[in-house]
Design a protein around this ligand. Structure first.
Ligand code: HEC
Length: 98
Protein backbone atom coordinates (compact mmCIF):
# COMPACT_ATOMS: atom_id res chain seq x y z
CA UNK A 1 0.00 0.00 0.00
CA UNK A 2 2.79 2.39 0.91
CA UNK A 3 4.74 1.66 -2.27
CA UNK A 4 1.51 2.06 -4.22
CA UNK A 5 0.88 5.47 -2.68
CA UNK A 6 4.46 6.58 -3.31
CA UNK A 7 4.11 5.48 -6.93
CA UNK A 8 0.90 7.49 -7.30
CA UNK A 9 2.55 10.46 -5.61
CA UNK A 10 5.54 10.35 -7.91
CA UNK A 11 3.41 9.85 -11.02
CA UNK A 12 1.17 12.76 -10.04
CA UNK A 13 4.12 14.96 -9.12
CA UNK A 14 5.74 14.27 -12.48
CA UNK A 15 2.48 14.95 -14.30
CA UNK A 16 2.13 18.26 -12.47
CA UNK A 17 5.74 19.35 -12.87
CA UNK A 18 5.94 22.50 -14.87
CA UNK A 19 7.90 25.70 -14.39
CA UNK A 20 4.68 27.55 -13.61
CA UNK A 21 3.77 25.20 -10.77
CA UNK A 22 7.26 24.94 -9.30
CA UNK A 23 6.34 27.35 -6.50
CA UNK A 24 3.48 25.15 -5.37
CA UNK A 25 4.99 21.68 -5.30
CA UNK A 26 2.74 19.57 -3.06
CA UNK A 27 4.12 18.20 0.22
CA UNK A 28 4.56 14.40 0.47
CA UNK A 29 1.18 12.69 0.34
CA UNK A 30 -0.82 15.62 -0.98
CA UNK A 31 -0.54 14.61 -4.62
CA UNK A 32 -2.15 11.25 -3.84
CA UNK A 33 -5.35 12.94 -2.65
CA UNK A 34 -6.22 14.00 -6.17
CA UNK A 35 -6.49 10.37 -7.22
CA UNK A 36 -10.01 10.51 -5.76
CA UNK A 37 -10.60 14.16 -4.88
CA UNK A 38 -10.75 16.30 -8.00
CA UNK A 39 -7.81 18.63 -8.39
CA UNK A 40 -8.73 22.13 -9.50
CA UNK A 41 -11.82 24.19 -8.88
CA UNK A 42 -14.39 22.44 -11.08
CA UNK A 43 -15.84 19.32 -9.44
CA UNK A 44 -15.09 16.41 -11.76
CA UNK A 45 -15.90 13.55 -9.43
CA UNK A 46 -18.51 12.79 -6.77
CA UNK A 47 -15.80 12.92 -4.11
CA UNK A 48 -15.67 16.38 -2.56
CA UNK A 49 -13.21 18.97 -3.74
CA UNK A 50 -10.33 19.81 -1.36
CA UNK A 51 -8.62 22.72 -3.08
CA UNK A 52 -9.25 26.01 -1.33
CA UNK A 53 -10.97 24.37 1.65
CA UNK A 54 -10.15 25.73 5.11
CA UNK A 55 -6.99 24.04 6.43
CA UNK A 56 -8.52 23.72 9.91
CA UNK A 57 -11.56 21.95 8.49
CA UNK A 58 -9.35 19.51 6.58
CA UNK A 59 -7.32 18.84 9.76
CA UNK A 60 -10.51 18.30 11.79
CA UNK A 61 -11.83 15.83 9.22
CA UNK A 62 -8.52 13.98 8.87
CA UNK A 63 -7.94 13.62 12.61
CA UNK A 64 -11.59 12.55 13.01
CA UNK A 65 -11.15 9.92 10.29
CA UNK A 66 -7.89 8.78 11.90
CA UNK A 67 -9.27 8.29 15.42
CA UNK A 68 -12.55 6.86 14.13
CA UNK A 69 -14.80 9.61 15.53
CA UNK A 70 -15.80 10.58 11.97
CA UNK A 71 -17.25 7.54 10.17
CA UNK A 72 -16.07 7.02 6.59
CA UNK A 73 -15.48 4.30 4.03
CA UNK A 74 -11.92 4.83 2.82
CA UNK A 75 -10.69 7.98 4.60
CA UNK A 76 -10.36 6.22 7.96
CA UNK A 77 -7.68 4.00 6.44
CA UNK A 78 -5.97 6.76 4.46
CA UNK A 79 -5.83 9.16 7.41
CA UNK A 80 -4.07 6.54 9.57
CA UNK A 81 -1.07 6.75 7.24
CA UNK A 82 -0.20 10.33 8.15
CA UNK A 83 1.33 12.05 11.20
CA UNK A 84 -0.03 15.39 12.51
CA UNK A 85 2.86 17.25 10.87
CA UNK A 86 2.22 15.58 7.52
CA UNK A 87 -1.51 16.31 7.74
CA UNK A 88 -0.84 19.95 8.65
CA UNK A 89 1.44 20.32 5.62
CA UNK A 90 -1.11 18.66 3.32
CA UNK A 91 -4.02 20.70 4.72
CA UNK A 92 -2.10 23.97 4.37
CA UNK A 93 -1.10 23.13 0.81
CA UNK A 94 -4.63 22.11 -0.22
CA UNK A 95 -6.09 25.26 1.36
CA UNK A 96 -3.65 27.40 -0.62
CA UNK A 97 -4.64 25.89 -3.98
CA UNK A 98 -7.15 27.65 -6.19
C1 HEC B 1 -9.19 6.17 -2.41
C2 HEC B 1 -9.85 7.46 -2.69
C3 HEC B 1 -9.43 8.64 -1.79
C4 HEC B 1 -8.17 9.14 -1.61
C5 HEC B 1 -6.85 8.69 -2.21
C6 HEC B 1 -8.33 10.27 -0.68
N1 HEC B 1 -9.66 10.42 -0.35
FE1 HEC B 1 -10.44 11.80 0.96
N2 HEC B 1 -12.30 11.02 0.70
C7 HEC B 1 -12.61 9.93 -0.09
C8 HEC B 1 -14.00 9.55 0.14
C9 HEC B 1 -14.73 8.40 -0.56
C10 HEC B 1 -14.51 10.48 1.09
C11 HEC B 1 -15.91 10.48 1.73
C12 HEC B 1 -15.74 9.86 3.13
C13 HEC B 1 -15.49 8.36 3.05
O1 HEC B 1 -16.43 7.61 2.74
O2 HEC B 1 -14.35 7.89 3.31
C14 HEC B 1 -13.43 11.40 1.41
C15 HEC B 1 -13.54 12.48 2.29
C16 HEC B 1 -12.50 13.34 2.61
C17 HEC B 1 -12.64 14.54 3.44
C18 HEC B 1 -13.93 15.08 4.01
C19 HEC B 1 -14.50 15.95 2.90
C20 HEC B 1 -15.81 16.59 3.22
O3 HEC B 1 -16.34 17.26 2.31
O4 HEC B 1 -16.27 16.47 4.36
C21 HEC B 1 -11.40 15.10 3.55
C22 HEC B 1 -11.01 16.37 4.31
C23 HEC B 1 -10.50 14.27 2.79
N3 HEC B 1 -11.20 13.20 2.24
C24 HEC B 1 -9.16 14.52 2.68
C25 HEC B 1 -8.27 13.73 1.93
C26 HEC B 1 -6.85 13.98 1.86
C27 HEC B 1 -6.12 15.13 2.58
C28 HEC B 1 -6.32 13.00 1.06
C29 HEC B 1 -4.84 12.76 0.70
C30 HEC B 1 -3.97 12.53 1.84
C31 HEC B 1 -7.42 12.15 0.63
N4 HEC B 1 -8.59 12.62 1.18
C32 HEC B 1 -7.30 11.05 -0.22
C33 HEC B 1 -11.75 9.27 -0.95
C34 HEC B 1 -10.37 9.45 -1.00
Amino acid sequence: MKAFCVAIGIATAVAWSSPLLAASIPPPGAAACSGCHAAGTVPASPVSRLYGRDAGDIMTAMTGFRDGSLPATVMTRIAKGFSDDELRAIAAWLAAQK
